[in-house]
Write a protein that binds this ligand. Sequence first.
Ligand code: OTU
Length: 626
Amino acid sequence: MAFDVFADRLLAVLPEPLRAPAAQRLAASGPVLHRLLTGLYGGRCGAAGFDAWFGGLMADLGRLHAQRSPALHALDAERAANPDWFLDQRMLGYCTYVQKFGGDLAGVARRIPYLQELGVTYLHLLPFLRPRAGENDGGFAVTSFDEVDPALGSNADLEALTAQLRGAGVSLCSDLILNHVADDHAWALAAKAGDAAARARFHVFPDRELPDRHERTLGQVFPQVAPGNFTYVDAVQGWVWTTFYPYQWDLNWSNPDVFAEMAAVMLRLANRGIEAFRLDSTAFLWKREGTNSMNQPEAHQLLQALRAIVDIVAPGVLLKAEAIVPTRELPAYLGSAEAPECHIAYHSSLMAAGWVALAEQDTEVLRAVVRNTPPLPRAATWLSYVRCHDDIGWNVLRAEAGEDSAARLSSASRFFAGVTPGSYARGAIFQSTDPNAAHGSNGMAASLTGLQTASTDEARALALRRMLLLHGVALSFGALPVLYMGDELAMLNDESYLARPEHAMDSRWLHRPVFDEARWAHRHDAGTTEGAMYEGLAQLIRVRRAHDALAAGAPRTLLADAPAGLLALMRGERLLTVFNFSDAPQQLALDGAWRDCAAIEQRADATGVQGVLTIAPYAMHWLVRA
Ligand code: OTU
């Protein structure tokens, strides 16, 4: 059937003024959507057939588009006209749990002035929708996508918060957990009650045959607390695919109903004012025997289809891929000019490589990641970060860490656990069944960089420099940098999770502390560690804002001949950033053009004598030439 017929299904439900712009966007992205969904679901729509299903989807999209508020339509128009808006170097993210930052949504709203003081324009609030009763993986087991967690507020509070944030120039990002729902979500309950259509929204196997076959090639995310990828559920008399915790049931995205319902979930949230979605666990959406069921071509097609939907009916909205995958798998999540996918993708190998560079006092792995990072496609960016609510996952660096990667990465992991003699770090090894295997590391940045063990002013100063060094890389790399709540105040590990039996076995809780009001009150007092951290970071943010060579899309060049302890990156032709990851002063010979140029960011006495720049331990130096 020609696409026009389907376009009319969408346009017919729109009020007159919305029709012309929607028709224009449909002309651009509608055929793409049709092609992708035909490929995915062409033969899977049962007796009614694909055309009927697709026509119904288009009408639903039209209704959801019509329900957007005038303010959101205005935002859509503005961003559709300026699709590069989020690549600006004035964009800055902040990520936190609602309850830990503000108690509830209204409490988060009260902290807007603080976010503005920091220069934040993008706020990622970790899951705040109604979670599973009981343990719920920090909200990543969702019971209802249409309801705010009552402990955090109401849907009205959410709408009020998104409006207030928008007024303050801050876009709210919400998780959208695509891979799984909680085992007490309505679909899971219906499946348990014997509803065949609901059961078909999951991957349920009557016996171990297929699960065993899949297990041969699958990895494990939580090998200690949730070994294996399947859970036997009595009520369904079968094995349910559960990549993460046993109570997180993977959705079956080969079922067109799952696609249509999840697309609608996304748009209903967008209509409440959510401007960006962190698409959780995107790599896992499509399962294929004989593979690790990550990064499958169909997973990308699904994301491209969601993107086409956003481009048609909510073009102000950003999609962000949380795909914790090797560097070479990452660019696909941004798609291409012909088939755009997500607007933003977490650069987790860049993040992890910064930590390896600290542990090894050598930037070899970090440079390899930089070399393996291709230029950005149009209107897309990486997400750079120092820490987040999850572990630092080491396995994404297997390729860059070379032949002996397992030994090398497990050595980094032991270093950050403070096991290695002489290590300044105080963290925890995550979910490793073997101390010599590499999995992940946990801990707040301040504890991992030595602040927790520091007993002298000198040791404290070094920890501070290491923290700022990693933030300097994140802020200057050419990405959307996202700060992790507490890092701006050099907050330390929170051991209190050990006393909570439901959290004690998941050491990611070590770095999920409650916002520290006392440190916050000292943030402008550079005589305190937290004040020095806050002011140091604020200075970096100011410098970044002032230089458009630090915007996401500006080209990046690695200076290959810098000594091993240094990372030297040019941004554009006129800006040079140099970072010393070692505990010894390092020298970099500068060619003539860089002599006598202005230092825009200078930490810990970098000196330039006769064309040789000397950079103190863990210091950084950013230069601009005329
Ligand atoms: C995501 O992360 C979330 O960020 C985690 O907090 C959740 O536990 C998980 O999904 C399940 O919803 O593999 O690509 O620390 O890196 O669990 C997605 C391990 C993921 C996380 C991993 C993860």
